[in-house]
Ligand binder design. Structure first.
Ligand SMILES: Cc1cc2nc3c(=O)[nH]c(=O)nc-3n(C[C@H](O)[C@H](O)[C@H](O)COP(=O)(O)O)c2cc1C
Length: 184
């Protein structure tokens, strides 16, 4: 698949077939995640692959009210919970080296997208899920302190095609030389 086709064709998939994801396909998706850039190559991530039905149900109960991805949590054959090691990326000897502080969100965002694009190119669907009770998810998955489960990504074969939501026009979010005006 050509890169632009992959980028534009990836959709958030919220309904899945029950078909299992073969181990070698999962490994390719994880390999795409592995090769993401990160602050000073910090790779501040830990991934939990979840297939257990009881754990999926417990995670589903943490979803925010009206979260459209709720069904996908139990329907997808597997979930990938993406955890960040906190205060590590963008830090040197325990001190933040930029005014931004923790770069974990950024690093994990890039790696999430690698994963989602690779999954799509292999015919799989994903959706980044982040609207849930993060403390409860940490408890369910026994994530140690100093780490946070940031997103849960269902992975599986899509049950149906999804229409692309609109995007802002390039001219509406690009500025020449200096930040001028907003689109609000
Ligand atoms: C950080 C982040 C959190 C998201 N959380 C959720 C979520 O909790 N539930 C959900 O259904 N979709 C979630 N999404 C998916 C977005 O709604 C989706 O990417 C957006 O509507 C654009 O649609 P597309 O991915 O099909 O292009 C999330 C996406 C991102 C990047």
């Amino acid at each position: 698949m050509e890169l632009m086709e992959t980028i534009k064709g990836r959709r958030s998939i919220r309904r899945y077939q029950s078909k299992e994801v073969p181990e070698e396909v999962l490994n390719k998706v994880l390999e795409a995640f592995q090769w993401a850039p990160s602050w000073n190559n910090s790779q501040c991530w830990e991934l939990i692959i979840i297939k257990d039905a009881a754990i999926k149900e417990a995670l589903q109960a943490t979803m925010g009210k009206g979260n459209p991805a709720k069904k996908s949590i139990t329907e997808a054959p597997l979930l990938i919970a993406i955890c960040a090691k906190l205060k590590y990326s963008g830090y040197d000897k325990g001190e933040a080296v930029t005014q931004i502080g923790d770069w974990a969100m950024y690093d994990l965002g890039l790696a999430n997208q690698n994963l989602c694009l690779m999954a799509h190119s292999l015919g799989l669907g994903t959706v980044v899920v982040a609207f849930f009770d993060h403390n409860r998810v940490n408890e369910i998955l026994e994530v140690p302190s100093g780490y946070k489960a940031l997103t849960i990504i269902p992975l599986g074969y899509p049950a149906a095609d999804v229409k692309a939501p609109d995007r802002r026009k390039i001219g509406d979010f690009t500025h020449e030389n200096k930040f001028r005006g907003t689109t609000d």
